[in-house]
Design a protein around this ligand. Sequence first.
Ligand code: ATP
Ligand code: MG
Length: 292
Amino acid sequence: MKRKDLARRYRIADDKKFRLKDIDPEDTWKLKAGDQARQWLDEGVSRLRELQDLLYAQNRSAVLLILQAMDAAGKDGIIKHVMSGVNPQGCQVYAFKAPSQQELNHDFLWRTTKCLPERGHIGIFNRSYYEEVLVVRVHPELLAHENLPPALVTSDLWNERFQDINAFERHLVRNGVVIRKFFLHVSKKEQRQRLLARLDEADKNWKISMADVQERHYWDDYTAAYQDMIRHTATEEAPWYVVPADNKWFTRLVVAEAVLDALESLNLKYPELSDIQRKDLGVIRKTLLRNG
Ligand code: ATP
Ligand code: MG
């Protein structure tokens, strides 16, 4: 088994027949928690730091990582652990909650567009415009708050949103943004365990809300919405990774490998100086030495 295959196994690009039930949330690809997994993650995090430094120095491409999941699937842990080694200066993280009135007064890509990563940076979206084909689809009353002209709200709306997302992402890719999307696939059973743990452990109490528990009633609707979303928006240039999420250590490993794979595909190198710039270095050195 090769580390590279770890991420590729869960990569979905252009699969109109994709079925969520084909991926087991408990899967760990025969790996066990423990030393090897920890060593791989540590190595991955160090390599990530090196590549991010190159990305920043080169200042050409940007990387956009999108995290989507049901509650308690481990989005926060991914950000904390996978990105733990990277230089905060080269990383921009945004979490998207229920939209404000001002955000609702704009098209559905407006609020996230303002938060896209700059060249040389890694941007992380903790939830994203994909909520617009997930929670809004599961709870159509949310769509009513968006004040769209009624003639535009047809049975084609979700397909149109998929098309617009694909077109938007293609535009970003053509402008040097590398996009990788992650669905952390947790089981309903494991989610219950984690929500219960949030009740049992005092320092996790702040994390739980009644809304999290109520959303569990819509589990099947969310599953259908996620599956349809992946079928329509997984593309070669902006693939989805459907990552088994019942074992946190495994989820982190797969995401780290996928991010490394994306950065490695850029063949990053430190910028090379021209002959003139190199000459300038000599002048700078002389000036420094002369002026004490
Ligand atoms: P945590 O792990 O801390 O629970 P979270 O990402 O679930 O993090 P919450 O504040 O619990 O954060 O939830 C954010 C809520 O906002 C989610 O229920 C999500 O579905 C909702 N939301 C995000 N984007 C939209 C949107 N465009 N329209 C409606 N609801 C949205
Ligand atoms: Mg939540």
